[in-house]
Design a protein around this ligand. Structure first.
Ligand SMILES: *Cc1c(COP(=O)(O)O)cnc(C)c1O
Length: 394
């Protein structure tokens, strides 16, 4: 018999999570997740599920019956929406202006769709006219788009595009992984058909579940499918019998992850959606004022910037990895690197959920000044913090 040394117990370092997710988690959520596990058909858990569904409807601003939390991260939510509304041979148009639009096209292709993609450079958004032109060219049954492109920091307006998609008789599939809980997502008012999110961005819950909601139009398409949903695990025609009245076993729900989301949703609704969105905007604007005062530009034009994900251009002569390393090792602050064509050119500074706070904005600006100064980038001392404070005071 060999003797092995047991690894040390889990003792994660204390981090200030200001990257593209996961974001800071409230101790209330962590405590809920540590509550005793009950059975997945226990009356107590069924009550938790019902309450979660009704809170998810509130957060998604929808009356959609088919609203639930998929067991899996945001990408599972993406797969769930795609494989349920798409049948092999369907024409799907994907609007790609970042990594997640690209992922959506890949998922749709794997689901057997005939995929066409329209592209915009990273950091830009689509206007309704170009989506209209592409719909006329490809006549898709489903159009997919990302509301908050976490890879670029761009905020895609949806209302006009939604009208165009419906006028053409198609369904609109929307990625709200990063926007939900941080900026308005109006599923019913904007008539979004298949919508998914994730728990670890602005809902401030550990990764592991993906809230989804389907409009009656989407449900009709699902019910009229000629083929089975390509994924057994993500087939809403079966999952809904567990979340609905039948309560038939499909897979064992991750009980404690659901406890966590239940508490996270309670926190969101306690604060109120409007107040929460206003807080995200305010901290974003304070950060923007601070960065501008330090001579740092955004990689996204004003007016289409995401409040919860700030893509900032890395100053000339500054070592990207060194700055991120120093932020992490010296100050415990995690930010994200640029992705794709923005790699090495931008930093992605998240102000998501619990992490969207005055404390984090001021701490980050002060720490960044130190890192830039160490890189011999010239910064007027105190300029970032002063500008953010002035914004908060005004
Ligand atoms: C994070 C993210 C995803 C993927 O979510 P995972 O939880 O990493 O699977 C999808 N879309 C967007 C816009 C995201 O920000």
């Amino acid at each position: 018999m060999t003797t092995t040394t047991l690894p040390a117990p889990v003792t994660p370092p204390e981090r200030i999570l200001m990257g593209p997710g996961p974001s800071a988690i409230s101790p209330r959520v962590l405590a809920a997740m540590a509550a005793p596990t009950v059975g997945h058909l226990d009356p107590y858990f069924l009550q938790i599920m019902d309450e979660m569904q009704s809170m998810l409807r509130e957060v998604f601003r929808t009356e959609n019956q088919l609203t639930l939390a998929v067991s899996g991260t945001g990408s599972a939510g993406m797969e769930c929406c795609v494989v349920n509304v798409v049948e092999p041979g369907d024409r799907v148009l994907v609007c790609k202006n970042g990594v997640f639009g690209g992922r959506m096209a890949d998922v749709a292709e794997r689901a057997g769709a005939e995929v066409s993609v329209i592209e915009r450079p990273f950091g830009e958004v689509f206007d309704a006219d170009e989506v209209k032109a592409a719909i006329e060219q490809h006549s898709p049954q489903v159009v997919g788009i990302v509301h908050a492109e976490t890879s670029t920091g761009a905020h895609q307006p949806l209302e006009e595009i939604s009208k165009i998609v419906h006028d053409a008789g198609a369904l609109l599939l929307v990625d709200t992984v990063t926007s939900l809980g941080g900026a308005p997502v109006e599923v019913d008012a904007w008539q979004l058909d298949a919508v998914y999110s994730g728990t670890q961005k602005c809902l401030s819950c550990p990764p592991g579940l993906a809230p989804v909601t389907f409009s009656p139009r989407a449900v009709e398409k699902i019910e009229n499918r000629k083929t089975k949903v390509a994924s057994w695990y993500l087939d809403t025609t079966m999952i809904r019998n567990y979340w609905g009245e039948q309560r038939s076993y499909h897979h064992t729900a991750p009980i404690n992850a659901n406890y966590g989301l239940h508490e996270a949703l309670r926190i969101v609704l306690e604060e109120g959606l409007e107040a929460r969105h206003a807080r995200h905007l305010r901290n974003h604007q304070a950060l923007a004022a601070g960065l501008e005062a330090m001579g740092i530009d955004y990689a996204v034009a004003e007016g289409i910037r995401l409040p919860m994900l700030n893509a900032a251009k890395i100053p000339e002569g500054c070592d990207d990895a060194k700055v991120r390393g120093q932020l992490l090792n010296q100050f415990g602050i995690e930010i994200g690197a640029g992705l794709g064509p923005m790699k090495g050119k931008t930093w992605r500074i998240g102000l998501m959920g619990e992490a969207s706070s005055e404390r984090n904005v001021l701490l980050f600006l002060a720490a960044l000044e130190r890192c830039l100064t160490d890189q011999s980038v010239s910064v007027t001392p105190g300029s970032g913090v002063a500008a953010a404070n002035a914004y908060y005071a005004g």
